[in-house]
Ligand binder design. Structure first.
Ligand code: PGA
Length: 255
């Protein structure tokens, strides 16, 4: 049975006091959220707050710490970079890779993202691989081809055993931080498409095991409708994950 996951992506927000108070509030409130092995919460804080996040979550079940990025290298002279090995040594379990903001502002290519995924997996971190099209591509009706290429050039290079330990997030760029969510029909259509591509490349059993999250202006109001779709296994939540109450309501919207 594939996991349902609500993942918060704080991006470059909060300072120490805010981060600590938000993490305490989220962890305390999830205690009554009906989480289980198959319904989990992941929170990707900025790097400096990760140790506090891991410590805070250690007393709670089914809530995990994530990073928002990692280096493609194992270690060495790469000033300013953070390795998957460092994250693993802090007991981080997940890492977001290939987010559209990394692709856009830091020129991350599918090939580079693949190297990062391999690094993460070599340290037993679970990558949350992001894909999704721009508004321009959607308007030209090229979104299916675009996403297929992102999959083929990146995660479809992985073996069956490797891709099993990975989460996919479909995040249409036009819906990120814009308040413009994809409709449940638009999101479901792409999620079903991705699952079908997984079936064609690997097999049906594997495709049914992989969690595919939706991201892009998810909030407490639209979450339930999105999560009710057959192929949507939760959400990758940006802005709304910075408010404890809103984030908890999103978690509770997942059946
Ligand atoms: P948003 O961001 O929820 O603020 O649109 C989602 C994301 O970028 O992961």
């Amino acid at each position: 049975m594939r996991k349902k996951i609500i993942a918060g992506n704080w991006k470059m927000n909060t300072v120490k006091e805010e981060a600590e108070s938000l993490l305490k509030s989220i962890s305390a409130q999830t205690a009554t959220s009906n989480l289980s092995e198959n319904k989990i919460v992941v929170v990707a804080t900025p790097f400096p707050f990760i140790p506090f996040c891991v410590d805070t979550f250690s007393g709670f079940s089914h809530i995990y710490s994530a990073a928002q990025n990692c280096s493609e290298h194992e270690q060495g002279a790469y000033t300013g970079e953070v390795s998957a090995k460092m994250l693993a040594s802090l007991n981080v379990q997940y890492v977001i890779l290939g987010h559209s903001e990394r692709r856009q502002y830091y020129n991350e290519s599918d090939a580079l993202i693949l190297q990062k995924i391999k690094q993460a997996q070599s340290q037993q971190l679970i990558p949350i691989f992001c894909c999704g099209e721009s508004l321009e591509i959607r308007e030209k009706q090229q979104h299916f081809d675009f996403i297929k290429t992102q999959l083929e050039q990146c995660i479809f290079q992985l073996s069956e055993d490797e891709i099993k330990n990975l989460v996919i997030a479909y995040e249409p760029i036009w819906a990120i931080g814009t308040g413009k969510t994809a409709t449940p029909e638009q999101a479901q259509e792409i999620h079903a498409f991705i699952r079908n591509e997984l079936t064609k490349k690997y097999n049906e059993t594997l495709a049914q095991e992989i969690s595919i999250l939706y991201g892009g202006s998810v909030n407490a109001k639209n979450a339930q409708e999105l999560f009710a779709c057959d192929d949507i296994d939760g959400g990758l939540v940006g802005g709304a994950s910075l408010k404890a109450d809103e984030f908890i309501n999103i978690i509770n919207a997942m059946s």
